[in-house]
Design a protein around this ligand. Structure first.
Ligand SMILES: C[S@@+](CC[C@H](N)C(=O)[O-])C[C@H]1O[C@@H](n2cnc3c(N)ncnc32)[C@H](O)[C@@H]1O
Length: 224
């Protein structure tokens, strides 16, 4: 499938000075579901070149925090307190993220970086995508693998009631992944924002209402 790379979202991103057209996908989810608010603390996985970082920094404001990670450097300097680091999600631990969050909040690392004070964030959002091979099933499986890492971090970092956003390539593992996410969140749905390119198999998972502990639905919920 070919597409016009300079489509209206690409042009709009240039005009709005966003690093990528991807921002309009997140903006649409926010517009529909009222996700992002002043003061929130958000972890952004696969943040480069940085349009989500820019958008999130604007939304959470000076009292919030935005921390992005990517294997590639971002191309933006988002308004503080928002920042990014180069890291591979497969090697990222919740302790490392907590140390970075503490450092971002306090301007210096925690006294013991191996044991940073525990804190929770409002959301983990992940636009991570593997390098595409063109082999549909392989690309889809690698996308689920990446987002499983995002889910692992979200499990440790997101506070009860918080949310999780993850990009997936729809395919045979998608339903299984959504099922796994439902162990941790009261609600999980797949959405296709308007800015998604025509013919793309990309969908966004939005999971809301993080449960207090892993997979522990309340007795009432379990009976439903
Ligand atoms: C579609 S781009 C993200 C665009 C970004 N949300 C924005 O608004 O600018 C997908 C990103 O996932 C990143 N990525 C892929 N594998 C990764 C990994 N193992 N760890 C961290 N980031 C990864 C890529 O480097 C790429 O920058």
């Amino acid at each position: 499938m070919t597409y016009n790379a300079k489509d209206r979202f690409y042009k709009q991103a240039k005009q709005d000075r966003y690093a990528a057209r991807s921002v309009y996908k997140l903006e649409e989810l926010d517009h529909r579901y009222g996700l992002f608010k002043r003061g929130q603390q958000i972890v952004d996985l696969g943040c480069a070149p940085g349009s989500w970082l820019q958008f999130l920094a604007e939304k959470v404001g000076k009292k919030g925090l935005v921390l992005g990670y990517d294997i590639a450097p971002a191309q933006v300097t988002p308004a503080p307190p928002a920042t990014w680091k180069v890291a591979d999600v497969y090697e990222l631990t919740p302790t490392a993220v907590l140390t970075d969050l503490y450092t971002l909040r306090h301007g210096e690392p925690p006294p013991d970086p191996e044991a940073p004070p525990p804190m929770k964030v409002d959301a983990v959002v992940s636009d991570m995508a593997p390098k595409l091979t063109g082999i549909r099933d392989a690309d889809q499986a690698r996308s689920v693998e990446l987002q499983s890492e995002a889910l692992r971090l979200a499990e440790a970092l997101v506070k009860p009631g918080g949310f999780f956003v993850a990009k997936l390539f729809q395919g045979r593992d998608t339903d299984e992944f959504v099922k796994r996410v439902k162990d941790f969140y009261k609600e999980a749905k797949l959405l296709k924002p308007e800015a998604t390119r025509e013919g793309s198999r990309e969908v966004f998972l939005l999971a809301r209402g993080k449960r207090a502990a892993k997979g522990l639905a309340s007795p009432t919920e379990r009976r439903r």
